[in-house]
Design a binder for this molecule. Sequence first.
Ligand SMILES: [Zn+2]
Length: 374
Amino acid sequence: MSVPFTRTLRFKIRPESDAWLNAAAVEVNAVFNYCNQISVATATRTDRKRKWLSGYDLCTLTAGATEYFQHIGADTIQRICVEYAQKRVAARRLKLRWRVSRGARRSLGWIPFKAANLKRKGSALRFCRKTFRVFERERLEGVSWKQGCFAQDAVGDWWLCLPVEVSIEQSAAPKASVGIDLGIKDAAVTSDGERLEAIRSYREAQHRIGALQRRGHVRQAKRVHRRVRRRRKEACHQFSRRMVNTYQKIVVGDVSSLRLAKTRMAKSVLDSGWGLLKRFLQYKGECAGRTVQVVNERNTSRSCSSCGALSGPSGLRQLAVRRWECAHCGEWHDRDVNAARNILRAGSRCGTSVSGNESSPVERPPSQTSVCAR
Ligand SMILES: [Zn+2]
């Protein structure tokens, strides 16, 4: 069985187009802010013309606006209107935040387009009478896109984002099930003893980032940040892919990274990327037809996975205990592997997920699978 889902391809745009894109982004902001303003004004009228404007209404209102703009065209304006209306409905707000074009609180650039606006021209791309070149253009071969956008990251570089439909072959995994303990020393440890090392890169990079910021090299500091984020994401991608390819059922503890992020260990927590890992496991598992279950991880590091006695280390103070011997049955345990085994057992004990997070490909239509980066 094959399941279709959307993944977004990202291409870095060569920097010679940055000036054009920056100018176009200012025009996009103008359209967006016009939508915001007119929507609020229409929704708060006191007479009988009061109305909650739809994307279609906004398109009608902005018809002919292209003559005021030098970069963007009618299709882009329509996409902004539609996206604005969708965002406003999703946010359930009278108005959205303004898009800021200048100054320190500038919004990151965003230029949406329809499929027909972006055309291939030799090895380059054409958009609004402007030629673009991207890095790694060989990845574009054979790709057909519906719509997409140009988006700017915090460093200031521009990216071409193209959501494309791909279909995934579903097949049975070679092994039955696995429990995964999310930790701080290792980001994740499985009940079979496999480990994903925590990427301590933020800590390591922190020193450099601080030094760069003090010297006023803001852009470079942001670039180091971006590299760290990317490395962490890559590690999570690889680990989750390995899990999904190997196991039919995956059980994860429900550590709340937000709760722990407020404690003293905040930096390690944010560093280890639990949230990312859980999300990746969930959507990849869903696409591949696996069962991903989230269980309450209470007592999982305290109880012995062989006899069930609460003889293990507990509390924040005993986090340093890596190996321990069960006082009941005399079994030696690795702290994290033991916890992972308990998580796996908790997963098989309760048929349905504790937090209702269980996902199965049968119950959910493929249209609901999340949009993913890979
Ligand atoms: Zn025991």
